[in-house]
Design a protein around this ligand. Sequence first.
Ligand code: 5GP
Ligand code: MG
Ligand code: MG
Length: 178
Amino acid sequence: METIRGKRLSLLIKEEDIKKRVKELGREVERDFATSKELIVVGLLKGAFIFMADLVREIKLPLKIDFLWVSSYGQSMESSGNIKIVKDIDVDIEGREVLLVDDILDTGLTLKEIYEFLRIRNPSKLKTCVLLDKKERRKVDFNADYVGFEVPNLFLVGYGLDWGELGRNLPGVYAVED
Ligand code: 5GP
Ligand code: MG
Ligand code: MG
């Protein structure tokens, strides 16, 4: 039984199922960016690092990677919607084709703001990809172009997602039990 700080974790998505779905997402991205000379994949730190590492290996197109680090909401389980850029991307994305990757879409506040932050730099194409989507929690009108799994309104850890920085290394996705 997996636990974090004494709380039990229940398995929601198995490692093998993630692997299979990430392959499918790779095919979808390849299809939509087939004419791309050089795709730029931008991951949001830290949560997207494992998903992004697996995803880019399933995209058989010429691509570059970069990371954007925005401030998270620490130990809390709620998004504040007050996003601070800790580290910007290094590449100039003007006129480039960009895929923005995050771990989970919850209220949508974070990704919507980051999407706008990148969009004003005029990429020729900007798509978003998330592994997990808590659709029922959305507070703003924003959806990702590629979604791995729709998930229920539970606090999730594993496969890059943390609870107070713990649990990112779990190979599957788990719900933290109350
Ligand atoms: P949003 O702004 O969409 O509410 O929040 C998105 C961010 O909140 C995600 O990138 C993630 O860092 C964090 N988040 C939202 N839901 C969860 C969750 O269930 N588990 C974890 N670990 N982080 C979450
Ligand atoms: Mg995040
Ligand atoms: Mg976090």
